[in-house]
Design a protein around this ligand. Structure first.
Ligand code: UP6
Length: 270
């Protein structure tokens, strides 16, 4: 395993953020990304503190945390960064940018959120084309994850033939900026030797049945990794629907299942 990570995978990553993420995953033996979808920013800090040791990545939706003013935003992001350093996880803001490059550039840097100042990665839709990637070129320390295929039922990307493939294609020339893709099924990038990470949301434990009534579709951890190609599983309600006294126990189960499936997948593949 040491050989696989250190000699085969990590050196093949062109993007600094994905290299760092893979190192963290290997060191902490986790491919769990927490979707920290809680109502208040203080709860988000609480879950980060509780689950920090078990996750490689924490995914934020900063515009949903009832932050009341710029000073709270600054305070929140400072605490979150401190926790990320303490527990060694990265932060992905799931902003799903989907506009022309010049607007995205302003959305990344404007107050109150100033996303480019604290997020290690952000998500973008491929829909606008390469401009949505180009606008990251001047920015340092922030990588992009392109949403190639959503998990929600009836999403239009799945209806347009080749949408997913086209999302992979627009990243050509942006290997340093692109850490990987959000996808609910396997991605194959036919390009050089670069290894991109696949992030898969809509993941649940085996006790789960049914969606969320608003279009979300879930698959089990093994399916997500072994059949659908996930490297990193993104889990929100699978953990957070439980009371905070149970967060850790459930997260540990996702961590154990996720890591053993990932090791199995990578060993077969490389
Ligand atoms: N997400 C999806 N599907 C996508 C892209 N992103 O569910 O195709 C995000 C959601 C949520 C998280 O915005 O934050 O992943 C999934 O949360 P859940 O585990 O609670 O369903």
């Amino acid at each position: 395993l040491d050989n696989l990570f250190k000699k085969k995978l990590i050196p093949r990553m062109t993007c600094t953020a994905s290299k760092k993420l893979l190192r963290i995953m290997y060191k902490k033996k986790t491919n769990l990304c927490l979707a920290a979808d809680l109502q208040n920013w203080t709860e988000v800090l609480e879950v980060a503190r509780t689950l920090g040791p078990h996750i490689c990545l924490l995914r934020t939706h900063i515009d949903t945390y009832n932050l009341e003013n710029y000073y709270q935003v600054v305070e929140f992001r400072k605490h979150l960064k401190d926790l990320a350093t303490k527990f060694d996880f990265m932060i992905m803001e799931d902003r799903k940018f989907a506009d022309i490059g010049s607007t995205v550039q302003r959305q990344l840097t404007s107050k109150p959120f100033e996303i480019a100042q604290w997020a290690d990665m952000v998500t973008v839709h491929g829909l606008p084309g390469p401009g949505v990637l180009q606008c990251f070129e001047g920015l340092e320390n922030i990588a992009v994850v392109v949403i190639a295929e959503m998990s929600s039922t009836g999403n239009l990307g799945r209806k347009v033939s080749d949408y997913k493939h086209e999302c992979l294609k627009i990243t050509d020339g942006y290997d340093k900026i692109v850490a990987g893709f959000v996808s609910h099924s396997k991605i194959r990038v036919d390009r050089k030797d670069t290894f991109f990470l696949q992030f898969t949301p809509g993941v649940a434990l085996n006790d789960y049945t049914g969606g969320d009534g608003l279009g979300q579709q879930y698959v089990y951890v093994d399916d997500a990794i072994l059949d659908r190609g996930a490297d990193v599983i993104i889990v929100g309600r699978g953990i957070l629907k439980h009371g905070n006294e149970n967060w850790r126990e459930v997260a540990e189960e996702f961590q154990r299942n996720g890591w053993s499936a990932l090791v199995q997948k990578l060993m077969n593949k490389f």
